[in-house]
Design a protein around this ligand. Sequence first.
Ligand SMILES: [Zn+2]
Length: 230
Amino acid sequence: MNMSIMRLKTKVLLLLGMVSILVSCTGNAAKETPIVEIVEDTMVAYPGRTFSYSAKFSDAQDKQLVAAQRLGLSTPPKDRAAAAKMKKHLTLIKSNENYIVDSLDHSIPYLVPAAAAELQRIGEGFADILKRNGLPHYRFYVTSILRTQDDVKKLQRRNSNATSNSCHCYGTTFDLAYFRFEKAQPSREYMHQDNLKLVLGQVLLNEQRAGNIYVKYEKKQACFHITVRE
Ligand SMILES: [Zn+2]
């Protein structure tokens, strides 16, 4: 065996040795990292006063529809293809640090810019109340956004309550679930969903009082139905 082959062999062996050390290190690291399960055992709460959601959030459909037709799309899109052509007038709504866009069955994630800005403001208001009260950061769910006339027809088959002239067809209206919230970081502290509903309710109350939105409390769909009005 000549010297150059010997040297090559040594190099290969060295490399193999390094690889095996690396493999064993990562292997050990994985074994040694303990999986810490954080148990939610400390309930914390927003101290705001409760109020009647159905009394405060009773802005009727006809009132919301006037605002939707004034501020929204001039023609409700017939189907998804028609909606796609209107995208230049619409803002894409994506999950962010303050809310989650749910998997949408009968709607698509687009709003007119004024409504998109309002949703953003509601998200910031919700996060702000939690932060100011030293509470964990939660996100709420957006459950319905822009519906085409086809979506509305499909919904009507399921739910006789769904009106054919829906505010959701104008891109001004969105639904926020009040029974489902997601905590951003695991922690021992948690909040009851009724209390998170109160935080969201308080934000909506402020926005409604400022004349920015109409709100209807939808018991059947367990959501706040919101139309921008400014
Ligand atoms: Zn709605």
